[in-house]
Design a protein around this ligand. Structure first.
Ligand code: UTP
Length: 287
């Protein structure tokens, strides 16, 4: 079955980016002149996704406004004949069919994905997390996963080979290689100790799931802090269905913390035709 729908969970509190995220949703923090969530929506659209559900929460109205028509702004730009600016903002409200649902309490990523059950129905679907931005020159990361899903008709998520000293920050897999870059998942461990991690292969924020994941989320109890972890539900799914991890081709940026964010800003600026030469000269001068 074709993967037509995607979910973007964006209801988290973004505490690692305070105070910026006190009144501004983390997903609206810009990388260059575009809010982070726009890159995510563009990746989904470029991968053939037709319908997107963004999971929001209190204080996230700016995300809805960003993908809506801004009548006053468009009217003003039209009167001033600022066609270039109009061309930047007008497509935003037509990029895809974008819907919103509120997660009333931030009860974890698993719970956030569970909020999409009615929207998804009985279809496979993609999940894209806003903190993880990818630069994949050939094919968007989620497209690479969709292709693996279509080949194997089983849930699949992005994997990255991380340095051993960083495994304790991620969900880590134990599995066996079945094809180039493709691992059949036996087990998943969330933030293992460096000594106990079953591999160096860590789960990144792109997934394609069969709808069976919703049953697993419903069966997953919250942890001590009250959050339902997506990794726990994925672990359960391995007992019922095959699940794969795929080492994507491309570079991933973790924009959820300051240094990762800065690396993304620098790399994105160095790739952007209109500013890259001036920016490079500026960096050289600073260094
Ligand atoms: P994170 O834990 O990385 O995001 O969740 P966060 O909670 O916003 O950030 P910090 O750790 O406090 O800085 C991963 C993704 O899951 C979403 C977040 O918006 C983020 O995209 N999320 C998390 C939800 O939608 N709901 C939740 O209850 C938790």
């Amino acid at each position: 079955m074709k993967v037509r729908k995607a979910i973007i969970p964006a209801a988290g509190l973004g505490t690692r980016f305070l105070p910026a995220t006190k009144a501004v949703p983390k997903e609206m923090i810009p990388l260059l002149d575009k809010p982070a969530i726009q890159y995510i929506v563009e990746e989904a659209v470029a991968s053939g996704i037709e319908e997107i559900l963004i999971i929001t929460g209190r204080g996230k109205e700016a995300i809805e406004n960003h993908f809506d028509i801004s009548y006053e702004l468009e009217d003003t730009l039209e009167k001033k004949e600022q066609k270039e600016l109009l061309q930047i903002i007008q497509p935003l409200s037509h990029m895809a069919n974008i819907y919103f649902v509120r997660q009333r309490m931030p009860k974890g990523l698993g719970h956030a994905v569970g909020c999409a059950k009615d929207f998804v129905g009985d279809e496979p679907f993609a999940v894209l997390l806003g903190d993880d931005l990818f630069h994949c020159s050939e094919k968007p990361c989620i497209k690479q996963l969709i292709e693996q899903y279509e080949k194997h008709e089983a849930s699949v998520f992005a994997l990255l080979n991380v340095a051993r000293e960083h495994v304790d920050k991620y969900g880590v897999i134990s599995g066996h290689k079945v094809d180039e870059g493709l691992y059949n998942i036996d087990d998943l461990v969330e933030k293992p100790s460096i000594a106990e991690a079953p591999s160096n292969l860590a789960v990144m924020g792109r997934y394609v799931f069969t709808p069976k994941i919703f049953e697993m989320i419903e069966m997953t109890p919250p942890e001590k802090g009250g959050e339902i972890q997506l990794t726990d539900a994925m672990k359960k799914l391995t007992a019922f269905e095959k699940m794969y991890g795929y080492i994507f081709n491309g570079k991933r940026y973790d924009t959820g913390y300051l240094l990762g964010y800065l690396e993304a800003v620098v790399d994105f600026a160095l790739r952007r035709e209109d500013i890259k030469d001036d920016f490079f000269a500026l960096l050289k001068e600073k260094l």
